[in-house]
Design a protein around this ligand. Structure first.
Ligand SMILES: Cc1ncc(C[n+]2csc(CCOP(=O)(O)OP(=O)(O)O)c2C)c(N)n1
Ligand SMILES: [Mg+2]
Length: 321
């Protein structure tokens, strides 16, 4: 990868982290009127996969979609306005954090229904195949979504029809409080996809360069008509399932497990790699941080100064025109 692309990748990961840290900090003021699921610690997956998607490729996300939306190039101002449920939000203030959409850059929606991204994304990939539009669809989901029957139906169909789709599993080991070992008879999720006859790999989701290598191969496979790819990306969410708490201790996640994963910070690791290879230095890093801080400040003031939907607009946007 060229140096400038490596820096772009770093910026994307850092942007996700800084945006979510800002949301976390603002949440206590109770002006953000939406449940939030933070993806701090998981940034490398969306950043690495989306680095190989074109603007008009499609993406379908989950309840934990901030990273996916930002990595695919979703508009930051509209995303933050959506957190504040303003008319200027990406879902006109009707959706909140779990319903992010930006069709201008191929983000056709995120879904609060666990497993909801499978049929939507598989259907979009079928449409692309029928239309011969050469688009690739990325379907993001968590390890919890693997427990849904629709996972199997969609993987079978996509493999059978050789659809141009990439299934991206953000395996952070937990579905709310429940560990994957308590839920899965097959302990390696990627093997389930293999059984449907599609290319399927398990990888370190905190190593953005590894994600990139697999994403590039998957996108090429999809574009060349060779069918779907399944990427099981192993990671960890630093925050609790929902909101700003950590969910550590109290019989939920062990302290030592949490600490281990904090030490595997994907951004710290990548910054270290970029410095070692001479791509990043103090001055550049400082200017990237400053640029992002400004962007985020601007997005929050745009959101806070935007109008709320008016009562008489209640029935708008219910049906597509
Ligand atoms: C069909 C359905 N069942 C249950 C829920 C409640 N729920 C919301 S998030 C979640 C856990 C999802 O875990 P995972 O897919 O691993 O994603 P993560 O939160 O770890 O990113 C559950 C069970 C839901 N939203 N939809
Ligand atoms: Mg999970």
């Amino acid at each position: 990868m060229e140096n400038e692309n490596l820096i772009e990748l770093y910026k994307t990961m850092l942007k996700i982290r800084m945006v979510e840290r800002k949301i976390e900090g603002e949440y206590k003021y109770d002006e953000i009127k939406t449940p939030i699921h933070l993806s701090i610690g998981q940034e490398a997956i969306a950043a690495g996969v989306c680095a190989y998607l074109k603007k008009d490729d499609y993406l379908f996300g989950t309840h934990r979609s901030h990273s996916q939306y930002l990595a695919k190039g979703g508009d930051l101002n509209k995303m933050i306005a959506e957190m504040y449920l303003r008319s200027t939000g990406c879902s006109q203030g009707r959706g909140g954090s779990m319903h992010l959409v930006d069709p201008d850059v191929g983000i056709l929606g995120s879904s609060a229904i666990v497993g909801g991204s499978f049929p939507l994304g598989t259907g979009a990939a079928l449409a692309s195949k029928l239309r011969k539009d050469n688009r690739v669809t990325a379907v993001f989901f968590g390890d919890g979504a693997v427990d849904e029957g629709v996972f199997h139906e969609c993987l079978n169909f996509a493999a059978l029809k050789k659809l141009p789709v990439i299934y991206v599993c953000e395996n952070n080991h937990y579905a709310i409080n429940s560990h994957e070992l308590q839920r899965h008879s097959e302990k390696n999720i990627f093997r389930l996809a293999q059984s449907y006859g599609m290319a399927s790999e398990q990888l370190d989701g905190n190593d953005v360069l590894q994600v990139c290598r697999h994403a590039e191969a998957a996108v090429n496979r999809a574009r060349n008509g060779e069918g779907p790819t399944f990427l099981e990306c192993i990671t960890y969410r630093w925050k609790g399932h929902i909101g700003t708490v950590d969910d550590v201790g109290n019989g939920y996640r062990p302290q030592d497990e949490h600490e281990y994963w904090l030490s595997k910070c994907p951004i710290k690791w990548f910054a270290g790699y970029l410095r070692e290879t001479g791509v990043l230095n103090d001055e550049l890093d400082r200017s990237i941080h400053e640029e992002l801080e400004q962007l985020i400040e601007d997005a929050f003031s745009f959101a806070k100064n935007s109008p709320k939907p008016r009562p008489e607009e209640l029935m708008n946007h219910i049906y597509a025109s």
